[in-house]
Write a protein that binds this ligand. Structure first.
Ligand code: PGA
Length: 254
């Protein structure tokens, strides 16, 4: 059985220590009884230190990005060593905003994944198609290309440590969620690719989150789908109450 995982991607919000503290003071008591779900929050780098209060709770800390080198002349970049020093467990890699706004390629993301794994960080790797690609019937081609590129040369042990987030780009921040059927169909397709590339054990072990306008009102029907192992949540993770409701929705499906 795969353990569900809910991630809160704060993006470029709540980056001051005060704002992060305010959110977490509310969130921690709301979810403290949740035992069977992995809960991860990914605040901006500037709030990670403050957010490390969660270390003594059932919430884990994630970063939103990292570079694949450990140190040196890489102005503006963050080393995985710095993340480890703060006690961080997860790192989101290849988010569509990184790909589309900052031009990150599958090749770059692949290097970051390998480095994260080497350092003992768990990568949450995002993949997903644009609206035009879906309309043109190219969703599967795009997903396969992203999987082949971002996971190139990863062995079985490595791929099994990764969390995949299927995030159709047209559903991110738009309020337009994929229907549970649309999401489940792609999740199944990802598992079939993992089966072809690796084996049945890998296909059944890797956790696949859905992301894109997950809200308290649609979370349960998405998470009820057998192949959806939780969600990566943007907007609705910024307020403790809505994030806690989403976490409790996944708990109901166990
Ligand atoms: P959203 O973001 O929930 O605001 O659509 C999801 C994401 O980008 O991970």
């Amino acid at each position: 059985m795969r353990r569900p995982i809910i991630g809160g991607n704060w993006k470029m919000n709540r980056g001051s220590p005060e704002s992060a503290r305010e959110m977490l003071q509310e969130l921690i008591p709301l979810v403290k009884k949740v035992k069977k779900v992995d809960i991860v929050i990914a605040p901006p780098f500037t709030a990670l230190q403050e957010a490390s209060v969660v270390k003594v709770t059932n919430i884990k800390l994630g970063a939103q990005n990292m570079y694949f080198e450990e140190k040196g002349a890489y102005t503006g970049e963050i080393s995985p060593i710095f993340l480890k020093a703060l006690g961080i467990d997860y790192v989101i890699l290849g988010h569509s905003e990184r790909r589309n706004i900052f031009g990150e390629s599958d090749e770059l993301i692949n290097k970051k994944i390998k480095k994260a794994l080497e350092m003992g960080l768990i990568p949450i790797v995002c993949i997903g198609e644009h609206l035009e690609e879906r309309k043109a019937g190219k969703t599967e081609i795009i997903i396969e290309k992203q999987i082949n590129g971002t996971f190139a040369d990863l062995n079985k042990k490595e791929i099994m440590k990764i969390v995949i987030a299927y995030e159709p780009i047209w559903a991110i921040g738009t309020g337009e969620t994929a229907t549970p059927e649309q999401a489940a169909e792609v999740h199944q397709f990802i598992r079939s690719l993992l089966n072809d590339k690796y084996d049945e054990k890998v296909a059944q072990s890797v956790r696949i989150q859905y992301g894109g306008s997950v809200k308290p009102h649609n979370a349960l029907e998405l998470f009820q789908k057998a192949d959806i192992d939780g969600g990566l949540v943007g907007g609705a993770s910024l307020e403790a109450e809505s994030f806690a409701e989403i976490i409790k929705a996944v708990e109901k499906t166990i």
